[in-house]
Design a protein around this ligand. Structure first.
Ligand code: AMP
Ligand code: MG
Length: 517
């Protein structure tokens, strides 16, 4: 049995209204709400690492009691069900109250090592925050969230986790591209896990309503529960705490840029206060390197959330959080220092990460030009980001040859057209690497530790989805397995590291995704 200690509902004001209907919620952080029952829950996959961390083993999770709980059909002893209230800026505009429209908490587990984890069902039915939507999730988006959150964890990227993926046996109707073609899709529920699911938007909403008392309580609670190191200092506590959030967010952005992850919907309600990757929707992985690429069709015209703008947008989001905190923090300059910290940490960490990606012992100022030139070439020549960086470690720095990187090119004609330029760049790169004078093996090990061999390419996730929708979840398990050790070469798994195939170039789910999920 797990030990639950439900601090959020115990320490923060909640609603007493237990009726489940859409409404504006004032003066409360959470609303009690039960998941809606489903007819035929089936456990499709689970994360054994996450289960272990909670203190569960396979026989627990596969038991009818747990499968029922993970589908929202029953609460286990100690669990309590609620949804939380937040707002957010969506695509740059204030969207007022949003809230957990299809996420229902089951409470907070404290494991044997006294680590705290909130459990949350995504897709378990409507809540007071669902507005006119159904509170459900389709299988395809649930597979994407389940696989990607575990893959990110194993890549070393801060993220919410996924414990389980359960199909409901019920259909969900979605108009995938908002083009008047709604279809029935299989429904699913993911149980996701994080030390805290508190978002920037949780603070923005009471601030926007001038509810200083609620905002203050939420800040105090979040610092005490989620940032225990900060509780001790009452004076500049909030200022230092905001700077810590800025720092974590900066580190997260560097990770995303390092592994080629594009979130797709960086609204302030999708920004974690702990600096975790949260809310996997129309995210994507960069195949051919392109800073302007966005996986989200809703974002295709503005490209607000494209790959290359993520660090800038994260800072914009932090500015909105600073504005919210300014409602109760008179030292606005102090909050501004947090944003400066964001810039500093981002630059410093970017240089560390990209020095390692390129195999430099340490970043030198003059490396910026070499790196920029490489990005430009990769973009123009349509070079696969993951394959390129992994391949770079295999280049002979005494006699650099572009042929080693041939498999990273999507188009033969672009390979030919840019071969001379690329070779010239490689020669300069090799001489830069030789100037470091460290041992070959340690350089290669350094590069392979930051340049993944396997990432959850959109086309791979889509193949797992196609399989599962046709009754074969095998590829979900295969991907879960391969992505567990993303930096290790694994014989027999070449297909998982290959370029995006041509069929996936413009296919729904591979290059185009929508928020409909
Ligand atoms: P997202 O774009 O997924 O971050 O969601 C934005 C807001 O819409 C959040 O408040 C979600 O809880 C809500 N939402 C998204 N999909 C659904 C759904 N199917 N049912 C209810 N609420 C939803
Ligand atoms: Mg969201």
């Amino acid at each position: 049995m797990l030990h639950f200690d439900n601090r959020l509902v115990r320490e923060l004001p909640g609603e007493s209204d237990t009726r489940n209907h859409s409404r504006q919620v004032h003066g409360a952080i959470w609303s009690p709400v039960m998941p809606t029952r489903v007819t035929a829950p089936e456990l499709l996959a689970y994360s054994r690492e996450m289960a272990q961390l909670l203190g569960l083993d396979a026989s627990d999770l596969t038991s009818p009691q747990w499968v029922n709980a993970l589908a929202g059909n029953a609460l286990l002893p100690g669990m309590t069900a609620y949804a939380t209230c937040y707002g957010g800026h969506q695509f740059g505009n204030w969207a007022r109250q949003l809230g957990d429209g299809r996420a229902i908490f089951l409470g907070e587990v404290v494991n044997g090592a006294v680590q705290r984890f909130e459990l949350q069902l995504k897709g378990a039915g409507p809540t007071p925050y669902s507005r006119r939507a159904d509170g459900r999730a389709v299988l395809r988006s649930s597979i994407r969230e389940f696989l990607c959150s575990e893959a990110m964890h194993h890549l070393g990227v801060p993220t919410t986790r996924a414990l389980s993926l359960v199909t409901t046996g019920e259909a969900v109707v979605r108009d995938m591209f908002y083009d008047g073609n709604p279809t029935e899709e299989p429904g699913a529920v993911v149980c996701r896990v994080a030390p805290s699911f508190i978002r920037f938007g949780h603070f923005e909403l009471p601030a926007s309503r001038g509810d200083e008392a609620l905002l203050r309580r939420l800040v105090e609670f979040t610092i005490a529960r989620d940032f225990p190191d900060f509780s001790a200092d009452p004076d500049d506590g909030l200022i230092r705490w905001f700077a810590e959030i800025c720092e974590r967010t900066a580190r997260l952005m560097v990770h995303w840029m390092r592994v080629g992850f594009v979130h797709g919907v960086m609204n302030t309600d999708n920004m974690s206060i702990l600096g975790l990757t949260i809310d996997y929707g129309p995210y994507g992985w960069v195949d051919d390197f392109d800073p302007s690429w966005t996986p989200n069709t809703t974002d295709a015209s503005g490209r607000r959330y494209c790959f290359g703008r993520q660090p800038e947008i994260a800072r914009w989001n932090l500015e909105r959080l600073a504005e919210a905190l300014a409602v109760i923090e008179p030292d606005h300059d102090g909050l501004g220092l947090g944003l400066t910290r964001y810039d500093d940490i981002y630059n410093k960490e970017f240089q560390l990460a990209f020095a390692a990606k390129f195999g430099f012992t340490a970043w030198r100022d003059e490396d910026a030009a070499l790196v920029e030139e490489c990005f430009g070439l990769m973009h123009r020549a349509e070079v696969d980001m993951t394959i390129f960086f992994r391949g770079l470690a295999r280049i002979d720095i005494q006699a650099p040859a572009l042929g080693t990187l041939h498999e990273a090119f999507y188009r033969e004609e672009l390979f030919a057209a840019h071969a001379a330029e690329f070779t010239a760049w490689l020669v300069r790169w090799a001489s830069r690497v030789r100037s470091d004078d460290d041992r070959e093996e340690s350089r290669i090990a350094l590069m392979n530790a930051v340049n993944p061999r396997y990432v959850l390419r959109n086309c791979l996730a889509q193949q797992a989805i196609d399989g599962a929708e046709n009754g074969d979840p095998g590829m979900i398990h295969q991907l879960l397995d391969v992505l567990r050790n993303p930096y290790d070469e694994r014989p027999g798994c070449e297909a998982f590291a290959a370029r995006r195939p041509d069929w996936a170039r413009h296919k729904a789910g591979c290059s185009m995704l929508s928020c409909s999920s």
